[in-house]
Ligand binder design. Structure first.
Ligand SMILES: NC(=O)c1ccc[n+]([C@@H]2O[C@H](COP(=O)([O-])OP(=O)(O)OC[C@H]3O[C@@H](n4cnc5c(N)ncnc54)[C@H](OP(=O)(O)O)[C@@H]3O)[C@@H](O)[C@H]2O)c1
Length: 269
């Protein structure tokens, strides 16, 4: 870790991630977009990955590039990659290396899906179960595997997988979803140990209810009110509640936080 002086305080630069390359999957979504914007504000170069919504990531890339002083290299690029396809995940990393002429330092996997029908387990269709596991669990596996092989060694390597507080919340209607995220958390804990000697850390950030399209999908007003009523701070989480926690984990100051699940839920779980 970079130290300022003999008092061993971490660097006080506001651009903690300057010259680091961060890949953010799900950057077209609410949480991933906010994370990408925050990492850029800390100085990182961004690979914004989407699956179907190129408009969002193209707009974000333009915004970040317009705010950058460098004209020789882009600050952000937008790349399509289905996280459940190993070839597309590999080419996402290939593309990142080529454009930024550097191994990536940070992976944030925010890509994810939820079944907005909120079925009980007895009513969950096999194809819906497979779809959720394919993107949430296999997608996280493929991204984390690629990152474990390709992130910078020797310090600064960070794998951050977005899980869900539903792993602890265990609400009816979230069976397949919570199980897919539990798989991600377990895999991350083992991965952190397997990365011994690389300087790469692995952690999960597990949000509670956050006001994004995913949260609102399939919910009526009454259900939304009930969730808010369960939150000790009487509001839904916002993407800005999650992004700084990821920003902390992405930087050098978090080095001693490894193999952990950080729940960000305002006390909901
Ligand atoms: N919102 C919440 O309350 C909440 C709570 C706990 C955890 N989370 C987790 O936080 C993460 C982000 O959720 P969000 O709220 O930001 O949801 P969101 O706005 O619906 O965004 C979901 C993102 O996942 C991407 N995605 C979906 N399928 C993909 C695939 N096969 N390959 C690559 N990307 C894919 C979407 O890309 P396209 O739009 O381009 O298809 C989108 O960028 C998810 O992992 C979610 O499980 C959310």
């Amino acid at each position: 870790m970079a130290l300022d002086n003999a008092n061993a305080t971490p660097s006080s630069s506001s651009l903690l991630l300057e010259n680091r390359v961060a890949i953010v999957t799900g950057a077209s979504g609410g949480i991933g977009g906010a994370i990408a914007r925050h990492l850029a504000s800390l100085g990182a170069k961004l690979v914004l990955s989407y699956s179907s919504n190129s408009t969002q990531t193209d707009l974000l890339a333009t915004e970040l590039n317009n705010s950058s002083s460098s004209s020789s290299q882009p600050k952000a690029i937008s790349i399509k990659a289905n996280v459940s396809d190993p070839d597309q995940v590999k080419s996402l990393f290939d593309h990142a290396e080529k454009v930024f002429n550097s191994q990536p330092h940070i992976l944030v996997n925010s890509a994810g899906v939820l079944d907005p029908k909120y079925p009980t387990i007895s009513n969950t269709k096999i194809e819906d179960f497979d779809h959720i596991f394919n993107i949430n669990a296999k997608g996280a596996f493929l991204c984390a595997r690629e990152a474990a092989n390709r992130l910078v060694r020797g310090g600064g390597g960070r794998i951050i997988l977005i899980s869900s507080s539903m792993v602890g919340g265990l609400k009816p209607g979230f069976g397949a979803y919570a199980a897919s995220k539990a798989a991600v958390e377990t895999m991350m804990r083992i991965l952190a140990k397997e990365l011994k000697g690389t300087g790469i850390t692995a952690n999960c950030v597990a949000p509670g209810p956050i006001a994004t399209d995913m949260f609102y999908a399939g919910k009526g007003e009454e259900q939304i009110k009930n969730v808010i009523a369960e939150c000790p701070l009487s509001r839904l989480g916002e993407t800005k509640d999650v992004a700084p926690v990821v920003g902390f984990l992405a930087g050098d100051a978090s080095e001693w936080v490894n193999g952990q699940v950080i729940r960000v839920n305002g006390g909901y779980v």
